[in-house]
Design a protein around this ligand. Structure first.
Ligand SMILES: [Zn+2]
Length: 112
């Protein structure tokens, strides 16, 4: 009944794919140990194989070039998905963490 893999205790919610609704997903947590580790936090769907980012790491320059801001839109052209940027945190000297909320569907009506 229970999945064998460990689940972090602050992570009670199942990761349901926002793009197709499947809960058969693999979660990848951001690594904090060094620059070679995974810098983004996301889960991949085993049903539609899309990636859902929760947290992405960008340099200050990338953040500026992408004009990322809280409330703005982040587009993942590779997976053709869109996110609302809900939070931005500056970490370290030259890194921003962007918290993303998936926007399923293709509704551009409220974008600035
Ligand atoms: Zn899916």
């Amino acid at each position: 009944m229970q999945p064998a893999k460990p689940v972090p205790k602050d992570d009670k919610q199942a990761h349901v794919c926002p793009w197709c609704g499947a809960s058969n997903t693999d979660y990848v947590q951001r690594g904090y140990t060094g620059p070679t580790d995974e810098s983004d936090q996301y889960f991949t769907c085993n049903s539609c194989h899309k990636v859902t980012y929760q947290l992405i790491s960008r340099t200050t320059r990338q953040t500026r070039l992408g004009r990322y801001r809280v409330g703005g839109i982040f587009k993942d052209s590779k997976h053709q998905t869109k996110y609302r940027i809900t939070r931005m945190l500056k970490v370290g000297f030259d890194e921003y963490l962007l918290h993303l909320k998936p926007i399923p569907g293709d509704d551009d009506s409220d974008s600035a």
